[in-house]
Design a protein around this ligand. Structure first.
Ligand SMILES: *Cc1c(COP(=O)(O)O)cnc(C)c1O
Ligand SMILES: [Zn+2]
Length: 500
């Protein structure tokens, strides 16, 4: 709809006008630093940062109800810069002019209710939010749209050039970074570091296809992370890991979309997210807090963070009930089908600790929980979900497995509604599905396929038929007739079809 056709009382608000005053705020010493330079850690104490808007309170001069109207009406505009995560511009990057925003179709991913079969099995109402339907097929695009829009602004406004964007990745960060950097040719180039043989073939093909320099490194993600950190400290590169607080800002859009989808009613809602480097849960918490503080939602949803037992440092930390005795200890990860979350030393742990305290202060002790799940349950749940019409990745399966544990532990009530994060597209992890169907998991995964969930193709190529079609060589008419009848009879037999 054209701007001039909106009702008078809303038209004035549709184009973002809020002037943000953004600073990096250190979670260690509390100092604030200007955003003119890209910072990843505090120059004074070395701890991680979050971006804070010093003018955030100005947003409260508009009522929560008015904001709801603004976002709902704004969805009807056809301005590309406001179609993705920047629909929530005032909350995400209110220093970035619309002309610098990159929109590649990220955000506003579908929220799909599970069918009645699956809801009965689980025992409550739940939805998957399909973040695999982002342009590079994972939620990482939300953070990249933010980080690269900001870098694009620096290029356009501050005349920076020859930027090399760099990241370490469990697969999806690099796919996303390479995609957005490719769009910003020739000013921005990208290089990605991947743990050798620890990402899926699809995830490896993505940055290669986008033209990034791809380096494979021995070890696991945590080792790659140390290398890019060293590069970003000693060389002039732009770090695109979630250590970069601009990534977190963009990923907050996930919470805003959930709020909008449920008409800003967060009563009895439970949001379930997988945790790897812990950037995603940081953003989800911060997003809901910001909407709560501005009255856009009047209640905070319950949050459940899920980890595999093979990569569970955050769960370990919170398993100590006495918060004074909690101590963070990195773990050595073991192989996991939730491969993008196979991280033993999450960079955002200090952010999680900070925001969990804040969330609990606002919403109560039982508003956040952390649960651990087995590899077996992760993949069983993924496959069960997809057999009921979903396109969940293994991490989506991890969320469903987490919901089962949460119900068992009484952390959620059967009258709640859960929203599960399927963080990537199922197709990125089809190799794990094959390993399951072919019963080929190496023993470290501790996965045995459930026979009822196995599905393999059946080759119908009857021995007694001497003549079958070969590409490029047609059968003669009578041989072809014999072939068609014989094969269709065998299929009918296999499917137990009744004759007409
Ligand atoms: C990155 C990623 C995660 C983990 O998110 P963090 O922000 O690292 O906790 C989970 N699932 C997928 C598909 C991912 O790409
Ligand atoms: Zn500091």
């Amino acid at each position: 709809m054209k701007l001039e056709n909106f009702p008078d009382e809303i038209r004035h608000f549709l184009m973002p006008k809020h002037k943000g005053n953004l600073v990096y705020r250190c979670l260690g010493c509390g100092k604030e630093h200007g955003i003119e330079n890209l910072l990843y850690t505090c120059p004074d104490c070395g701890k991680v940062l979050l971006i804070h808007d010093l003018n955030f309170d100005h947003l409260k001069s508009i009522s929560g109800e008015k904001w709801q109207n603004i976002f709902d009406y704004r969805k009807m505009l056809k301005i590309p810069a406001l179609k993705g995560i920047y629909l929530f511009h005032e909350f995400i990057g209110p220093v970035i002019p619309l002309s610098s925003i990159i929109y590649l179709g990220e955000g506003h991913t579908p929220i799909i209710e599970a069918n009645s079969l699956l809801q009965e099995k689980v025992g409550m109402k739940f939805f998957f939010k399909n973040d695999g339907q982002n342009p590079s097929a994972s939620f990482k695009d939300r953070g990249m749209a933010s980080a690269l829009s900001y870098i694009n602004y620096l290029v356009k406004d501050k005349h920076l050039s020859d930027i090399l964007a760099i990241c370490a990745s469990t697969g999806d960060t690099s796919a996303s970074a390479a995609l957005y950097a490719a769009y910003l040719q020739p000013n921005i180039k990208s290089a990605v570091l991947l743990p050798h043989k620890k990402v899926t073939p699809q995830q490896l093909s993505q940055p290669l296809g986008s033209g990034a320099c791809v380096f494979e490194i021995p070890g696991v993600f945590d080792d790659c992370m140390k290398i890019v950190e060293s590069l970003s400290e000693r060389y002039n590169v732009a770090l695109l890991n979630s250590k970069n607080a601009w990534r977190i800002l963009g990923q907050e859009s996930y919470s805003y979309e959930i709020a909008q989808n449920f008409e800003y009613d967060m009563r009895n809602k439970v949001v379930i997210v997988p945790i790897g480097n812990a950037g995603n849960i940081t953003a989800v918490l911060n997003g809901f807090i910001k909407f709560y503080e501005t009255g856009i939602i009047d209640i905070l949803p319950k949050i459940i963070g899920v980890q595999s037992k093979h990569a569970n440092p955050v769960c370990n930390y919170y398993s100590e009930p006495d918060n004074k005795k909690r101590r963070f200890i990195p773990v050595n990860v073991r192989p996991s089908v939730a491969q993008a979350a196979m991280i033993g030393n999450p960079v955002s742990m200090p952010r999680v600790i900070h925001l969990v305290k804040k969330y609990i202060n606002l919403a109560g002790e039982d508003s956040i929980s952390f649960v651990e799940v087995t590899e077996q349950d992760i993949i069983d749940c993924q496959i069960a979900a997809n057999r009921n019409g979903h396109i969940a990745c293994t991490h989506g399966g991890e969320c469903l497995a987490g919901l089962f544990v949460a119900i068992k532990k009484g952390l959620v009530s059967k009258t709640d509604t859960a929203i599960l994060d399927s963080t990537a597209h199922a197709l990125k992890f089809s190799g794990f599905q094959n390993m399951y169907f072919e019963n080929k998991f190496p023993s470290e995964y501790e996965i045995l396929p459930n026979k009822a969930l196995i599905n393999n193709p059946v080759l119908i190529n009857p021995d007694e038929l001497s003549k079958v079609p070969i590409p490029g060589k047609h059968l003669n008419e009578s041989d072809f007739k014999i072939f068609v009848i014989s094969i269709s009879d065998q299929i009918a037999n296999a499917l137990d079809l009744k004759e007409r």
